[in-house]
Design a protein around this ligand. Sequence first.
Ligand SMILES: C[S@@+](CC[C@H](N)C(=O)[O-])C[C@H]1O[C@@H](n2cnc3c(N)ncnc32)[C@H](O)[C@@H]1O
Length: 219
Amino acid sequence: MRLLRPRGVYAPQEDTELLAQAARSELRTLRAQPGVEVLDVGTGTGALALLAAECPGARVTAVDISWRAVLAARYNAWRLGLPVVVRHGDLTKPVEGRRFDLILSNPPYVLSPAPVRGGADRTWNAGADGRQVLDRLCARAPDLLRDSGVLLLVQSALAGVDATLDQLQARGLAAGVELRARIPFGPVMARHAEWLEQQGLIAPDERKEDLVVIRAQRS
Ligand SMILES: C[S@@+](CC[C@H](N)C(=O)[O-])C[C@H]1O[C@@H](n2cnc3c(N)ncnc32)[C@H](O)[C@@H]1O
């Protein structure tokens, strides 16, 4: 899909594609059900929300904290003729009180020594442990799932897979690793490689990371 991507909006990449792969399989099981509700948290260009909107009968809502992303996703949905409602706001705040069958999220998860600034930085920078957004997502998303509802999120293994699984399990979800892919560092990770080495988070000269899709289901 060719999507409009204004400056400062995240370009869909390996993590988007890995999550899309897991989402496609989830959407195949949901497509027979009427009134399926899907939420995409941190939608960027809307790539994942648009994928979900191709599922017949799905009602798709997308959220982003960046107005540029919101406007890009709205434009992309309109251009493709796909029904996605795109809301501006922080994580799940714009959809509080609603319940979903499927929640997708590719949140910022990159470990960084510098504090989070605005603009493009907010698309990937997640603080020194990479969990600035992940922890808040793990705290909020479970309450928005319907019975049997599924949360799919993608993150770097460097940001702590066990921390995510523990938090989701503590909130009553059955959580596990669904997909894993080892990819070379992108430009941002490459810039932080020396710092990651100093923190003991990667081995000297290690320049690859594992991306992980976590699947968590409400029973
Ligand atoms: C890694 S990008 C993913 C974009 C898109 N889902 C994709 O996979 O191509 C993360 C997105 O989350 C958004 N974001 C960051 N913090 C957020 C927050 N607190 N609430 C909502 N969206 C947020 C960013 O603006 C960015 O669009």
